[in-house]
Design a protein around this ligand. Structure first.
Ligand code: WQD
Length: 339
């Protein structure tokens, strides 16, 4: 496909991998990012991976003038929107800032799009918009709800987009609900790079594997799951990125708006991930079992059949690929920092 895409949050973890997938698919891409959760040298590394200069606007989606400038400077055909705050725990501490960035920022973007005559958007939503359930795998028709301000902002984001679409039939959206992104690009030049102690499982294990953290704390092994530890739908970040390209392709080809899960359709436990990461890094990793983490569910994974039917997308990578690419990334980054 061809066209010029505004990629907000394009210097972040999922955004940077989606940048690579969009360029490989033939799109021109303009990144808008405030680098609140991205290292400054990500664009340089994207230039190495893609072999082409990166077009970057260092700005915040809350800055109306800066967002309008992007649409003045470039003929944008569609938007892939990642720029948002995304830590569940943090969202409980600063809910207003999460609503401001994730919802007001989205409204700013949609208004700038409308003013520029741009009506195609792929929106990064989340599986956290599903109400707590024991009916797995979770289909898109499952009841919605939220257990955190982060999840509320994603649910509100979906509804802001569908409300806009209801008022003007020029809007077309791809709302993508994904589960647990993991892994890194094959080049080991980009990957998940949390600035502080990670909340999520894989980046925490990665820091144990590279010696930056002493051991993994397993939050409970008394859940009603095969080995007692939590089960989640981990999806390789490049599968996720390619899912965004498929959604965009469908909109660019004149396809209808859609809401789909991007997941593997199966669950992996904490112990499954630990065993796979041990194979990837070549040694057993230390851990201890601690009490459950408040708010955690036993099991959570999605039904990806609608994405396969509508977009022709399905995952091409498994847990071992996620762990191996994560290990390649973090061991390279750690050696670079040590060097
Ligand atoms: C996974 C499993 C933990 C850390 C995420 C976030 C957010 C959202 C997707 C998109 C659970 C266990 C974890 C650790 C552990 N993203 N664990 N020790 O809980 O699904 O939440 O959902 O919207 O990224 O909300 O992911 O990686 O935090 O936990 O034992 O140090 O690993 O109990 O069973 P989770 P997670």
């Amino acid at each position: 496909m061809s066209g010029t895409i505004l990629l907000t949050g394009g210097a972040g973890y999922i955004g940077s991998h989606t940048y690579v997938a969009l360029k490989r698919a033939g799109y021109e891409v303009v990144i808008l990012d405030n680098f609140a959760n991205a290292r400054d040298d990500v664009p340089d590394r994207l230039e190495v991976i893609t072999g082409a200069p990166v077009t970057l606007h260092r700005a915040d989606v809350l800055d109306k003038a800066a967002v309008a400038e992007v649409f003045r400077a470039h003929k944008i055909d569609a938007v892939v929107h990642f720029a948002a705050k995304k830590a569940v725990g943090e969202s409980q501490k600063i809910p207003l800032e999460y609503i401001e960035t994730n919802c007001t920022g989205l409204v700013n973007l949609l208004m700038a799009m409308r003013d520029a005559g741009v009506f195609k958007i792929v929106f990064s939503s989340s599986a956290t918009v599903y109400a707590e359930t024991e009916d797995w795998p979770i289909p898109e028709s499952a009841p919605l709800g939220y257990a955190s301000t982060y999840a509320l902002t994603k649910l509100m984001g979906e509804q802001i987009i569908t409300q806009a679409a209801g008022s003007d039939d020029r809007w077309r959206h791809g709302i993508l609900r994904y589960f647990n992104p993991a892994g890194a690009h094959d080049s080991a030049l980009i990957g998940e790079d949390p600035q502080d102690i990670p909340n999520n499982l894989m980046p925490y294990i990665a820091k144990v594997a590279v010696g930056e953290l002493p051991e993994l704390n397993i939050f409970g092994n008394d859940y009603p799951t095969p080995d007692g530890t939590g089960v989640r739908d981990y999806i390789h970040v490049m599968d996720l990125a390619e899912g965004h390209v498929k959604s965009l392709d469908a909109l660019m080809a004149g396809g209808d708006s859609h809401i789909v899960n991007l997941g593997t359709g199966k669950g992996y436990s904490v112990m499954d991930m630990l065993a796979s990461y041990s194979r990837a890094c070549g040694r057993d990793l230390p851990y201890k079992v601690t009490p459950r983490r408040a708010g955690d569910l036993a099991c959570y994974y999605g039904d990806p059949s609608k994405a396969r039917a509508l977009l022709g997308w399905e995952v091409a990578r498994d847990l071992d690929d996620m762990c191996q690419t994560s290990w390649n990334w973090i061991s390279r980054r750690s050696n670079m920092r040590a060097g």
